[in-house]
Design a protein around this ligand. Sequence first.
Ligand SMILES: Nc1ncnc2c1ncn2[C@@H]1O[C@H](COP(=O)(O)OP(=O)(O)OP(=O)(O)O)[C@@H](O)[C@H]1O
Length: 293
Amino acid sequence: MTGPTLDIQNLTVALPNGAPLLRDVSLRLQPGEVRALVGESGAGKSMIGKAVLGILPPKVRRTRGEILLRGQPLNALSPARRRREVAAFSALIPQDPLTALNPLRKIGPQILDPLRRIHGWSTTRARDRALELLERVQIRAPERVLDSYPHALSGGMRQRVLIAAAFAPSPRLIVADEPTTALDVTVQKEILRLIRELQQETGTAVLFVTHDMGVVAKISQQVTVLFAGKVMEDAPTAQVFTGAAHPYTRALIAATPSSADLTRPFSPVPSDLIGELHAQIAREDALRSEATR
Ligand SMILES: Nc1ncnc2c1ncn2[C@@H]1O[C@H](COP(=O)(O)OP(=O)(O)OP(=O)(O)O)[C@@H](O)[C@H]1O
């Protein structure tokens, strides 16, 4: 297939009172590419992932724009067909591995059921693939893990399980929503390395949500910088670190502690820049609502 795996065009989502949470967001993810979505808390990073996967919060509506998955416009599909399409081609690695797993069910059925139900695999095929992936994410006793309840595993182990589950059906797209944030610092690096290795081995395109420019540098080839639901910058990652075009991107980089250079000073994003950006966005919102009146 040629063309992007994911193509978001001018996506606006809003609350019932019209307040936009995403403003005219466009981005593309090519096959095999990792694109980081970065920004501070509340910027709309997770909302983009939710819009792609068709799991927007109940009151949040798409008011404009389109999402194409492998060239297929998702909004043209019925909700049931859309759910099937998205489930067949994409997977989520969530932020919190504990809440993502059902505490009352063993790990085995939680990995195997979607493989059988969505992908139509036999139990043997699903089990073999699950064991293969659990081994690949360095789980030493995969059979025992399949037979365990989530509470028997550490946070890092649970996230490995979810990474294995996400990659098992060889999806063309994975949305990784801050997959290391809920974990101990020592485990974070290992989880990031596993996602990067599996992504490279499988060629799956990954939309990687993070607030950490250090993670952006490690994992992505492309980066979309968001502020208040609006794209501030969209560029190759290497270019962003050598000469970001937008002052907000430069401020985010300056606000990131460097593990390689502990002597390098870092400072929070300046509040006057944040104020200026909010004012500019408010002016644009006002102009847009006037134009549509
Ligand atoms: N269920 C919801 N209902 C209404 N508004 C929501 C809901 N979830 C999030 N929002 C709002 O949408 C905006 C974007 O939220 P989102 O969770 O996408 O941010 P984020 O960039 O992922 O932040 P974080 O890093 O804190 O997760 C925020 O203003 C947030 O308050």
